[in-house]
Design a protein around this ligand. Structure first.
Ligand code: GLC
Ligand code: CA
Length: 565
């Protein structure tokens, strides 16, 4: 497919979760100074775009995804001057900054909501969804994503306000043009400042059925999941078009949407040439562990399903645009623990997973700590956890009859806090993250997995990630890794994830053996050279001609340049 080239097509992005990145003043909380001090580290990794999870003023009920002032930096993180410095320092290094845009809801501490509470019939109440209850009950039976009713009483009235997430995150009324004007101004204010775009939070939820119907209950609480209220793609699409026209478009901004629940065949409307966003995250592999009732009945990751899911997503996306590919983020457990079988949870396995993911067609997003192979945490009490959603899921698991130990095992596997533990910079106290007490416990494996020791080891996951990103961006191969077609390969094997990236000039084979045993693959194209390998140098294997066998050890990945035909 022929498409207009955009500035962000060949970029590699990195997500920072500021609270856990690096603390420089000993209060146990990561800060902007910490980020500034690591820009060179990110540059060396080959990063072009940095996404900052929310750094706005917030009570942190949902870790900053509850914004109290869109124009202010959270004191915990620093000042607006420091933000400007970060932006300037990033620019100096030819790196782009994108902010997290949370506009489905704000914090209950936001001035708008405070004014709405003070005058529940006034102008600001209409910035939110205030509705009368029905016979002493909430207006509908929807369940919020974090558990409990979506409706919370407005004190001193017979009204309720609506929230799809925590009760401290009231939903904004996207049917109110005045509010939309305020949001557009705010977005343009940040773009004028020089940010290059946004990661857009939970955005599909803005288009909901605001007649607020009740649904057939799907749980013992008599409630029904609020995702059912998400309206047709036309309703959402209209809001998103206006949003784009009034903001992003004018600045040639890069936008990546957090979009679940997309209707089939609607992808082009989202990421096509005229799409609502530049790109959206590919969560298809992550959704494989959606349990029917919650985390506790999440099905185990099966290799073949995982492979097919990624393959299908790639084939679909390349018909119309680019997806943003992730292994993990701040809402997901660590990929090295989740997508690799136990025997592969090693540096070799971690490199293999990274290779397969980063060379897919699309925009790679590396999440902080992924580049050193950080893993899930094991905690023996629910008290150790901070995350609001983990507490809810623990409760659900207990109510479903799981023991404390079993419910904790579920959290160990699925919790969002797995990805939120502090970045492991060194083998010093608190992994070098903070000289104070970290807001969330450091993973006890930091002596074994940390940046400092990996810097010294040329064979480490970190050094390998640098080579991997450099290959993707190299003058010679950038074109094929950016625009080359994705063609699945060796799909009939039991343990190999393999694909070609190909254009008229080049054909690259990426092949990884996720199995416990070695395998042999008959080459369909003669090999010209080895671009990257996570184990022994392939050139010694002398496997070159079509039809010859390429042997892959357990957890081995190779990136080979092949003859085009
Ligand atoms: C998104 C964020 C998540 C947050 C939620 C509500 O899913 O990634 O962290 O809890 O939106 O803002
Ligand atoms: Ca700090």
């Amino acid at each position: 497919m022929i498409m207009e080239r955009k500035w962000w097509h060949d970029k590699v992005a990195y997500q920072i979760y500021p609270k856990s990145f690096l603390d420089t003043n000993g209060d146990g909380i990561g800060d902007l100074r910490g980020i500034i001090s690591k820009l060179d580290y990110l540059k060396e990794l080959g990063i072009d775009i940095i996404w900052l999870s929310p750094i706005y003023k917030s009570p942190f009920v949902d870790q900053g995804y509850d914004i109290a002032d869109y124009y202010a930096i959270a004191e915990e993180f620093g000042t607006m001057e420091e933000f400007d410095e970060l932006l300037a320092e990033a620019k100096k290094r030819d790196m782009h900054l994108i902010m997290d845009l949370v506009i489905n809801h704000c914090s209950d501490k936001h001035e708008w909501f405070q004014k709405a509470l003070a005058d529940p019939d006034g102008e600001y109440a209409d910035y939110f969804y205030f509705r009368k209850g029905k016979n002493g009950n909430p207006p509908s039976n929807c369940r919020s994503y974090f558990g409990g009713s979506c409706w919370e009483p407005v004190p001193g009235t017979d009204k309720y306000y609506f929230h799809m997430f925590a009760k401290e995150q009231p939903d904004l009324n996207w049917e109110n043009p005045k509010l939309l004007g305020e949001l557009y101004n705010m977005i343009n204010w940040w773009l004028d400042k020089g940010v290059s775009g946004f990661r857009i939070d939970a955005i599909i939820n803005i288009g909901k059925n605001t007649t607020f119907p009740s649904y057939e209950p799907d749980g013992t609480d008599g409630l029904a999941g609020c995702w059912r209220m998400i309206d047709s793609m036309e309703t959402v699409g209209k809001l998103l078009k206006d949003l784009k026209n009034n903001t992003f478009e004018k600045y040639n901004a890069f936008t990546v949407g957090e979009v679940f629940n997309i209707e089939e065949n609607a992808l082009e409307q989202f990421i096509g040439e005229d799409g609502h966003f530049s790109t959206i995250f590919d969560f298809s592999a992550h959704c494989l562990s959606d349990g029917e009732h919650g985390w506790y009945d999440a099905p185990p990751m099966e290799f073949k399903r995982w492979r097919k899911t990624i393959t299908d997503a790639q084939l679909e996306a390349q018909k119309c645009g680019f997806k943003a590919n992730i292994i993990e983020n701040h809402d997901e457990p660590r990929g090295a623990s989740r997508f690799l079988p136990k025997y592969a949870q090693t540096p070799a396995g971690t490199k293999m997973l990274g290779t397969v993911n980063l060379l897919l067609r699309g925009i790679p997003f590396i999440y902080q700590g992924q580049e050193i192979g950080m893993q899930n945490v094991i905690w023996d009490s629910i008290e150790e956890y901070d995350d609001i959603s983990t507490k809810d899921q623990y409760r659900i698991a207990r109510e479903a009859g799981l023991s404390d130990a079993q419910a904790l095992e579920v959290c160990g596997r699925m919790s969002r806090d797995n990805a939120r533990t502090p970045v492991q910079w060194s083998s010093e106290k608190n992994a070098g993250f903070s000289t104070g007490t970290p807001w969330l416990k450091v993973n006890t494996n930091y002596q074994a997995i940390n940046v400092e020791s990996q810097e010294k080891d040329a064979d480490s996951v970190l050094h390998y990630y640098r080579r991997l990103v450099a290959l993707r961006k190299s003058a010679e191969y950038k074109e094929v890794f950016t625009y080359g077609e994705f063609i699945p390969a060796y799909e009939d094997t039991d343990t190999v994830m393999a694909y070609y990236r190909a254009d008229t000039e080049k054909r690259i084979l990426v092949a990884a053996n996720f199995g416990r045993e070695a395998v042999e693959l008959a080459l369909d194209y003669a090999v010209k050279g080895v671009l990257l390998a996570n184990q022994a140098d392939l050139s010694v294997k002398k496997t070159h001609k079509t039809g010859e066998l390429l042997k892959l050890e357990s957890c081995e990945v190779v990136v080979l340049e092949c003859e085009c035909s």
